[in-house]
Write a protein that binds this ligand. Structure first.
Ligand code: TTP
Ligand code: MG
Length: 357
């Protein structure tokens, strides 16, 4: 059987390590970093501070009680972002299949890699070394045949860890894990499992698929698979989104202006909903019309402002349709797209921390 080779890389105490790197006086000391939008809360703590029990998301007050000589530092998001892209560029020398998970974490599928290394481990060793040499920072790496286990592996020997979970030991490894380490099992599910007497991977593996689906719905079947070391989710590379669109193909062709305006209004609302869901900020609006003979025409308008209001979208779309000139011809499709994203780098690598529950 052919296994995939998946890496999970996660920088150690990322923000805090950057601060210690750039200010030698902070090295070896308990420090906590807070970014401005979470003032008064620990974003992350150096390993020295962690030994006092200081943790991410802890109110500063609590942290200072645990560690009175804790040094609190304002974060420098711009610097962290720049380092994150620098590290991303190192990954790109190994593979195109890179899935950034957060500012300091990514999955890489190195089954086929540009270096032709036979083992995931070879890539992991070299990537760790390069991150160290080129950024002065330390990363932990996990290597396995799927994302779920690669992530567990990178956590296993933190800091400066390199852990390989080979397929032949996967279930033995999982059996000893608390269920809270399994993907998707947050505090609420963990509690529910506890009530059902399921605390470890081994206990989870003893449950039938029916039982898990009965208690946990669709997620139950993922838990069933994870307990067996099965996780087929691919490493999905980030791709820049170029546009967000909405379009309608008519069951029977339309030509009446009133109908066209109704459709444009609905499309304006729909495209705006999608734009908001995706956090997409675009300054160009494009309309597309397809006539019943399949001739397709588009017209665009580019402005300074982002399109974030459906009335504005509707107004501009109507004007663009007028420019195309329907002239009584019948239409089979109308579409609106918002294009030309701004702040791509803000929406790109640095995905929000997604909580599992
Ligand atoms: P993590 O990788 O979760 O934490 P870490 O790198 O500080 O420590 P570890 O060695 O355990 O990997 O998060 C990466 C950065 O994201 C972290 O340095 C600070 C930031 N962050 C927050 O701002 N808020 C949070 O709640 C968490 C968990 C992290
Ligand atoms: Mg980290």
């Amino acid at each position: 059987m052919d296994y995939r080779r998946i890496l999970h890389i996660d920088l150690d105490a990322f923000f805090a390590s950057v601060e210690q790197r750039d200010n030698p006086e902070l090295r070896g000391k308990p420090i906590a970093v807070g970014v401005s939008h979470v003032r008064g809360v620990v974003a992350t703590a150096s390993y020295e501070a962690r030994s006092y029990g200081v943790r991410s998301a802890m109110p500063a007050k609590v942290a200072l009680k645990l560690c009175p000589h804790l040094i609190f530092i304002q974060g420098r998001m711009e610097v962290y972002r720049q380092i994150s892209s620098q590290i991303y560029q190192i990954y790109q020398e190994f593979t195109d299949l890179i899935e950034p998970v957060s500012i300091d974490e990514a999955f890489l599928d190195v089954t086929q890699n540009f270096k032709n290394y036979p083992l995931g481990q070879d890539c992991a060793i070299e990537i760790k070394k390069r991150i160290r040499n080129e950024t002065g920072l330390v990363a932990s790496a996990g290597v396995s045949y799927n994302k779920f286990l690669a992530k567990i592996a990178s956590d296993w020997k933190k800091p400066n860890g390199l852990c390989v979970i080979h397929p032949s030991v996967a279930t033995r490894f999982i059996d000893r894990l608390p269920v809270s380490s399994i993907w998707g099992i947050g505090p609420i599910t963990q509690q529910k499992m506890e009530q059902l007497g399921i605390r470890t991977g081994a206990q989870l593996r003893r449950q039938s698929l029916e039982f898990l689906i009965h208690h946990f719905g669709k997620a139950g079947s993922s838990y069933y698979n994870f307990a067996r070391g099965i996780d087929d989710r691919p490493v999905t590379p980030y791709r820049e989104r170029k546009q967000v669109s909405a379009e309608t193909t008519f069951l029977s062709d339309i030509k009446n202006d009133g109908n066209i305006n109704d459709v444009l209004l609905n499309l304006s609302i729909e495209v705006l909903t999608r734009v908001r869901q995706k956090g997409f900020k675009g300054t160009t609006l494009m309309v597309k019309v397809r006539f019943s003979d399949f001739t397709t025409l588009t017209r665009s308008y580019s402005g300074e402002n982002i399109f974030d209001d459906h009335r504005k979208i509707y107004d501009v779309a109507k004007k663009l349709v007028a420019k195309i000139g329907i002239n009584g011809r019948s239409l089979r499709l109308l579409g609106i797209a918002i294009e030309h994203p701004i702040n791509q780098d803000e929406n790109s690598l640095f995905l929000p921390f997604d909580s599992v529950e």
